[in-house]
Design a binder for this molecule. Structure first.
Ligand code: INI
Length: 154
């Protein structure tokens, strides 16, 4: 039996980070976490491009464009959606989730889902460098792993 598993060794190629400006203070910390992980796994700073979008709803169209461009080995999407008084939250979460998944499936390029979907601001703060860690870091590490895994697969 052969087992395939992506390593966390530095992959060749460029990484794109797409980050939403909505809930900027939280997303900025996710971006910092993602950069920390990429640095930890020896991705050079000048091999990372950061693209800002208005909100999580806009992540998919940009992720798909970047993933289709053949310029990047992975696209890391970062955002934070926090529930308000209406069901707007549900629509933004669904659009972001479905669209980010589609961007990866349609292009074959790993497109990572680093969007916090939270009931309140505290949950988000806990996950962007607080007591629950930094989801941006985790997702960027997963991007490195996926690049290395996909390179091994037929
Ligand atoms: N965008 C977010 O990234 N997070 C949110 O919490 C959010 N809320 O709550 O409304 C949000 N809305 C904006 C949305 O992503 C789009 O930018 C906007 O609808 C324009 O298409």
């Amino acid at each position: 039996m052969s087992t395939f598993e992506g390593s966390l060794t530095a992959p060749q190629g460029r990484f794109a980070v797409v980050a939403s400006k909505f809930n900027h203070e939280i997303v900025a910390k996710l971006v910092t976490g993602a950069k920390d992980a990429l640095r930890k796994y020896r991705v050079a700073d000048d091999a990372i491009d950061l693209v800002m979008v208005p909100g999580a709803f806009e992540l998919p169209i940009v992720a798909r464009r970047l993933a289709s461009s053949k310029k990047y080995v992975a696209v890391i999407c970062l955002g934070a959606v926090i529930r308000g008084d209406t069901d707007h939250y549900d629509y933004v979460c669904k659009a972001a989730t479905d669209g980010i998944l589609q961007a990866g499936l349609m292009t074959g390029v790993p497109v990572l889902f680093g969007v916090l979907t939270c009931e309140n601001e505290q949950q988000a703060l806990d996950r962007c460098g607080g007591k629950e860690g930094n989801k941006g870091f985790d997702v960027a590490a997963a991007a490195v792993e996926m690049v290395n895994l996909l390179r091994q697969l037929p």
